[in-house]
Design a protein around this ligand. Structure first.
Ligand code: GAL
Ligand code: CA
Length: 341
């Protein structure tokens, strides 16, 4: 029943929006899935910016299915939307999207899930807003390296090697790939020997991460010395499993767990002393830049100086660039309070 009703409702919603706002520009937005904690903050910011600017937007749920994102995008094009802001499920599908939007000369801003630079370069009206995932991986690794050096007891089996487990995230997203790679690189660059005990995607998801961590604890127990989680939801899931296994709290065992995003629940875990550290993935500025770019483009303007700072694919500042790179920040016990809202 729901399967049939939803597209109809959506079509009606688009039609009525179009009727009300014939002359003002309209922006069509998709989120890869509404049920993603970090993306819900980005989405909230896009919506509040649009409201404050009095701009008409339609924000739709890709439900983790790229074919849905494609269908929504087709509807946006038929309904005469003036620009699109797309958080892809499969960034490789950017190729097909670009063919369709460029045929209609509709600008597109991809965000958070980065398409291939070669695809983006095919269309002058294609942009990307995101963060350099490599940097977040490096910061995760540095937080752990600092802890490892200051706490010799963290090497529980005293073999001079850091044994870790890794919660990767959705592999379709370059954030997952680069955080996995660069977190470990930061350790080896700091001269720390490492050994991976287990890795799993856990798909950015708290419940999946909790189940994985529970299974790893059953298998490896105290052999696990560090937990890398490439986002906070997975870190919080791992912490739940660790708590159930007797970690954290007065007189109890401790294990360093690191995450990424600095969501409010993660900041709370830092306060509780369960999460060692995280990396601010700046949802506010990513949401704002996405909206600003899409709004400028929808109004037919060229976002040269109005949306700063534009860069090239290499990240170097470029006034004609097609990328907005929003910086990450390390968040630890020392500075987390300044990120509380
Ligand atoms: C990452 C973020 C994850 C998840 C993912 C979705 O940047 O750290 O928590 O939201 O994006 O693509
Ligand atoms: Ca060890």
């Amino acid at each position: 029943m729901r399967m049939i009703a939803a597209p109809l409702l959506f079509a009606c919603a688009l039609a009525s929006t179009a009727a009300i706002a014939q002359s003002t520009p309209k922006i069509g937005v998709t989120i890869y899935k509404f049920d993603d904690t970090f993306m819900s903050y980005v989405r909230g910011k896009i919506e509040s910016e649009a409201k404050a600017a009095g701009v008409t937007i339609s924000v739709q749920d890709g439900q983790g299915d790229q074919s849905k994102v494609n269908d929504i995008q087709d509807l946006f094009l038929t309904q005469g939307y003036n620009s699109l802001a797309l958080n892809m499920v499969e960034p490789t599908a950017a190729n097909v999207i670009i063919q369709k939007v460029s045929a209609k000369k509709v600008p597109v801003v991809f965000f958070n899930r980065e398409p291939d630079a070669a695809d983006l370069a095919k269309y002058p009206l294609a942009y990307y807003v995101g963060a350099k995932a490599q940097a977040s991986g490096t910061m995760e690794g540095e937080i752990i390296a600092d802890y490892w050096k200051a706490h010799p007891e963290a090497d529980k089996n005293k073999d001079g090697v850091l044994q870790y487990v890794m919660l990767i995230g959705d592999p379709a997203n370059t954030d997952a790939k680069y955080r996995t790679e660069f977190s470990i690189k930061a350790l080896t660059d700091a001269g720390i020997k490492v050994q991976s005990l287990a890795e799993d995607t856990a798909m950015w998801n708290r419940g999946d991460a909790q189940n994985k961590m529970q299974a790893w604890l059953a298998k490896f127990g105290d052999k696990i010395e560090v937990v890398f989680a490439n986002n906070d939801d997975m870190a919080l899931g791992a912490i739940e499993a660790l708590k159930a296994a007797g970690y954290f709290g007065p007189g109890k065992k401790f294990i360093p767990v690191v995450g990424v995003d600095a969501t409010p629940p993660a900041l709370d875990a830092l306060k509780q002393g369960t999460l060692l550290g995280t990396v601010l993935n700046d949802a506010e500025n990513q949401g704002k830049a996405t909206f600003d770019l899409a709004a400028e483009l929808a109004a037919g303007k060229t976002p040269l100086k109005t949306v700063a700072p534009l860069a090239g694919a290499d990240g170097k500042p470029d006034p004609n660039g097609h990328y907005v790179w929003v910086p990450y920040t390390k968040v630890t016990q020392e500075n987390y309070k300044s990120f509380l809202k």
